[in-house]
Structure formats: C-alpha cells, structure tokens
Design a protein around this ligand. Structure first.
Ligand SMILES: [Zn+2]
Length: 72
C-alpha cells in the first residue's frame, strides 16, 4: 500500500498496489483513483473529491481546481 496526494484537496490518499488490487477491492478501501477528464488531462482524486465532481456534465480540469478551493 502506498499513498499519493489528491489533486483536488491535497490529502494523502491510500492507493492500491496494482490493477489487480484495484479490481478486487471496493473504492472506499482504495481511497482514490486516477480519472481522465473530458479535456484530456489526468488527475488523481480521492473518493470524496470524485463524489463532489459534477455528474450531470463532462468534468474538466477547472472542476478539479474548484475542488481545491472547497478544501480547508
Ligand atoms: Zn480529494
């Protein structure tokens, strides 16, 4: 198990060791995942930030920047 900082809130997030772990564990255990956004950028986000992203339209890098503003 290792950690990466979330691109949204900056929190250290536990990530699974490999793709096998990813598919065999639920998202709450993993804590985050890398998303490729509609504008082609990739961001590693914790599950809280993923939940906070808009789900009624395509997500862009500016939405991730907005998540950062929401954090403490
Ligand atoms: Zn986050």
């Amino acid at each position: 198990m290792t950690t990466d900082p979330c691109d949204g809130c900056g929190r250290e997030v536990r990530i699974a060791g490999g793709i096998g772990d990813f598919w065999n564990s639920d998202r709450s255990a993993t804590g985050g995942m890398t998303l490729e956004l509609a504008d082609g950028t990739e961001h590693f986000l914790c599950s809280d930030c993923i939940d906070a992203l808009p789900d009624d339209r395509e997500v862009r890098a500016e939405d991730v920047a907005t998540l950062e503003e929401r954090s403490d």
